[in-house]
Structures are given as structure tokens and as C-alpha cells.
Design a protein around this ligand. Sequence first.
Ligand code: HEC
Ligand code: HEC
Length: 605
Amino acid sequence: MTVSRIVAGGVWFGLCLLAAADCAAGTSNSLLDISADGQLLACSNRDAGTVTLIQLPDLKKLREVPVGATPEGVTFLGDSHQVAVAVYGDDQIVLLDADTGETLHTIPVFDEPYGLVSSPDGRRLYATLDYPGQVVTIDVATAAVVAQHNAGSFLRGLALAGEPPRLYVTEYYTATVIALAPETGQILDRWPAASTDNLARQLIPHPRRPKLYVPHIRSRVTAVHGEGSIFPYLSVIDTRADQERRRTRIPMDAFLGNRVTANPWEVAVSADGRKLAIVFSGTNDMFVCDVVDDDYREVTYRGYVTLGHNPRAVRFSPDGLKLYVYNALDFELVAYDAESLRAAGKVAVCENPLGGQVLQGKRLFYSALPPMVGRRWISCSSCHPDGQPDGRTWHNPEGLRNTQSLAGLLDTHPIHWSADRDEVQDFEHTIRGPLMQGRGLIPGRVNESLAEPNAGRSAEADALAAYTNSHKFALSPHGKQGLSAEAARGRELFFSRETACASCHSGKLYTDSAPGPADKLVRHDVGTGQDDPTEKMGPAFDTPSLLGVYRTAPYLHHGRAATLEDVLTTCNPDDRHGKTSHLNPGQIADLVEFLKALPYAGDKP
Ligand code: HEC
Ligand code: HEC
């Protein structure tokens, strides 16, 4: 730990001298970071594709710098005014000079950089790559990736803490926490979670205690109703190797009587280690807690604050006096007095880049409040965060249903595995149903899903549809350079008359399904709907688009195929889903390589 990082705040200074080795607050992934001298705040704006630099403590917007599509983690480098940002959508890490706004370097990485931290001396940057499940090390002086380690699957949260320093990462879809040696990438320890734990996108270390805090949800797929299926948690990880109680899960829906909160997004810990704040992006609120040094309760209630739309980030100032919250769908940063929890100023970080209608729809999609939801547990985004699937198969009333990606939705109507809906406005049935128990958006009676349109009946329902339909396909990282030799051979097989894949997965979207009157919708029985006694709509299903399947395991409507290979082999025993039994293992592998490359450069719709 460098001295310069320590002198950032008086209180911090004192405590760090007591235990300098563990003082690592600030070295954890977030959409906000504050420079070590406490003068600058950097805020990453996912929708605008920019990073905004704010002068503290007066909250003056200094500049907004374009960095590329959907930036996520942002961090200052050591005690400098250089900022790095993980540009998730463009697969690059951008280094900026915060004082001038100048772009210093653009460093390409394989795919989906998410979390980003700097070493205390500012010489190294570490990033988690989400889909690839890797941690990359960047040498700042040469702006080069110097190491790349496979560490798990779908890695998001990232922190650097302890002495000797360790990297801690979270797996997004399992909430497992993994410790790695920064230099070698060697896996040193793992803290598995319950099988229901999900969407762990961040973690933050305590500056002195051997603890990590992880916000996440729990997806209980067997109970598809408002108060039984999705729960908010704060997990506390004990990083000591010899502890019996390695992981404590604190329910955030019961933390303050019956005040249910939904979709915890980020946690902050003050530099003196005494306070913790957690923001909820579904109920638009925040708990501020006292950290208890008892290895048992861990945190106790201190205060509750109502926030703006879709809070996604929270940080304490280095001196611990202020708390900053980023309300992502107000495009606003709000400061609070960390003691009284009173608002102490705000600043707009960017213009609304979405337009009025999509913004309205996005706020509804993320909301776990009325009129969307009756009981505050769930929002559309709990299962479709940023349009991506939650990686789960839900036990729906119509049968087992794997959550679909919303990428390319506008072009892939009809909707659902069974093509039982033809417009997003039909999700009024979901909103009013047992899952969400909301009042709803459409006045009066709702039309049956495949009957008269529900579009045009409510500005809010139309806005929800406009946002839900706005998700685009992204190029596969396996197809950025076009097709490999293996994938090109797989393409031949895919389009061969023998396999017949393209007879159903046809056209630019690799599907023969198209909008139309209810009695003309195409569905195929490919032998996948036979053995589920709960199935009410099969055995014929809508042909799914294959664009983007590289990152949406598990597969098929029931999620029983863990890999693409399983779709073609164990899940296709009788050749009813294309003909695959004549293919040798090498040919199956080639076919899988082709599927993984979709959509590839030159073939993107
Ligand atoms: C409990 C998790 C959960 C919640 C909450 C949820 N969904 Fe879904 N969503 C699913 C599952 C599972 C499927 C697949 C269902 C099926 O095909 O029958 C799905 C499918 C979809 C699809 C179809 C995508 C396609 O390619 O056909 C859309 C659109 C969608 N959901 C939108 C929404 C909206 C809008 C909301 C909020 C009103 C919402 N979802 C709430 C789990 C959820
Ligand atoms: C008769 C039409 C038909 C043919 C031929 C066909 N498919 Fe499919 N495919 C479907 C349907 C319908 C589904 C959805 C089935 C389900 O979910 O149970 C599907 C699902 C898939 C999925 C899973 C997608 C996901 O998101 O889970 C993959 C991958 C796939 N098909 C690849 C192929 C390949 C490769 C071939 C050729 C060997 C092929 N299909 C042949 C109709 C077809």
C-alpha cells in the first residue's frame, strides 16, 4: 500500500498505520471511483458510452469523455489522475488523463471487460473478462496485456486486497468467490455459494478485517410467484483459510422489518471500515449499515435512504464524510452526508442518450415498485439484467423455461419458446400475474396474447416494449476475425442437406420463425418436449435464432443441454433435431465452433 493512497483521508491515515497491509478500500470494481487525493470522481455511463469527471467536493462537472459502447468498471491508477475504464461493448480498456480528458491508450482485450482495479502503485491494471471467465493483467507503462488467466466462468466482481495482495473475483451466475495470485494467476482459494445464488457483479474488501462483501440475488426457480422466487442478499466472505464459517448470507429483504428491497447492485465500505452502504436498483433505495466486528452479525442497520431511478453505484469519499450514489437512469450523481444521510448536492453526469420513450420503458423494466410489481421483490431486470439472461431455467406454469436473451428481440418475434406472445405489450399478463402481482400499465382488460393487439393502449406499455426491443446482437468474440478453419468446416455441415440444420435455422437470423397470424406461426417438434411431465404447451417449439448462442448456456427450452455439444448429441438421440448421428466427434466439434462464432464479422444482421 503506497503512502499517497493512505494520506487521502485523516481517519483512514490513522487506521491504516495500525494495519497498513490490509488497507485496500477503493481497490474494488465499481462504476464510480474517487482519486486518492479526494479531488476527482470518475463515473462510467453505460448508456451514453462516456466517462464523466466531477470535481469534489463542490460537484462540478469538469468533462465528459466518449470511450465506446457500454463502459462498466472505472478506476483511478494509484494516486494519479489517470483513469482506466473497462469498455464492455467494444472489448477494450481505455486510459484517460482526467485533468485534460485526453485519451492516452486504447488497449484491446478478448471480450467483455467488466471489473477493473489498479495496483496501489498504479503500475498494473487487472480486469475481469465476463464471458471468457478470465483475469487479464495490463502493464500501464507499455499499455500492453502481459498476462491472461482462466479463473472461472462469467467473471465480474474484482478486488485487490491483503498482504501479500490477492485478487478476488466473483462468478456472475454462481456467486462463487475465487482468490488468485496476481502474478501467476494461480487459484488460491474458493468460496462456493448456494446453487440458487445469482448475479454477483461486484465485491469489496474491508480495509482492515479479513472480509469481503458481495451483493447478489437468489433465484429460486421452483417458486414462480412474487414473494417466493427472488431475494436480495449481502454475502460476507471470511478470507481466512482456517475458518469454519466461511460465508455468511445476510437477507436484505428482512433487514429492516418488512421493508423489502430488490436487486442489490453495489456495496461501498468507508475507508475507516466502520460504515457500509448497499444500493438496490429495483426498489431505488439504499441501506447504510454499521460494520460489526463480531464475525456473526457482520452489519447492523443504521439508516435507509430513498434514491432516484436505478441506482447502480455507491462510494464513500476518502475522508468518510460523504457518500456518492449514481442513479443510472436519472443520469445523475447525488452526494449525501455520510453521518446524517441528508442529501448534500447533485450533478448531472450526462444527457439522456436514450430518448424519452426508451428511458421511460427502461425505468419500468428495472422497477420493482408499483405499477410494475405489487410486492417489491422482482423486476423484469431480475431475470433479464441488461437484456442478458439470468442463466436459469424457471419452473413456469407452462413447463420448464430457460430464460432467453433479449438480444435482437425486435427482429425475432414471435416471443417465448412456444411463440405464445406476439408483442412485448403482452407482458402485461406477466406484470399482472402471480409472478409480479403488479397493477399493470394498460387500463382495463388485457387482450389475449395472440389475439387483438395490446400495442397502442398505454404509453407506458409501449415504452416498455420500445426498451425491451432495443437490445441488439453483439458480434461473437469467436467470430471477430471471421470464421476459423474449424468453424468454416462446421458451416459446411450446418448448410448440408444431410444435417438439415438450415431447413429450420434459415436466413440471416438462423430461424424460420416470423411474425404472423396465430394459426400460421411455425413450430417444430424436435424431440425435446417428451419427458417433462409439467409441460403444457410442447412438444413443438419456436425455432430460436442462433445468433449469440455462444454465451447463453444452458440450452433448449428446458435448459437440459449444458453445452452446444449436448444439444447435438445427448439431447438428439433419434436425429429428430437435424441429423447428427452420422457425424464423428471432430465434425461435431466443427459444428459447435461454427455455432459459437455466430454472429461473425461479415454475417452480422
Ligand atoms: C422470474 C424471472 C423472469 C422475470 C421476472 C421476467 N422474465 Fe421474461 N423471461 C423469463 C423466462 C424464463 C423466459 C422464457 C419464457 C418462455 O419462453 O415461455 C422469458 C422470456 C422473455 C421474453 C422472450 C424473449 C424471446 O426471445 O422470445 C421477453 C421479451 C421477456 N421475457 C420480457 C420480460 C419482461 C418485459 C418482463 C417484466 C414485465 C419479464 N420478462 C420478467 C424469465 C423472467
Ligand atoms: C425441424 C427444425 C429444426 C432443425 C432441422 C434443427 N433445429 Fe435446432 N432448433 C429447432 C427448435 C424448434 C429448437 C428449440 C427446441 C427446444 O427448445 O426444445 C431448436 C434449438 C436449437 C439450439 C438451441 C438454441 C438455444 O438457444 O437454446 C441449437 C444450438 C440448435 N437448435 C442448433 C441446430 C443445429 C446445429 C441443427 C442441425 C444439426 C439444428 N438445430 C436443426 C428447430 C430445428
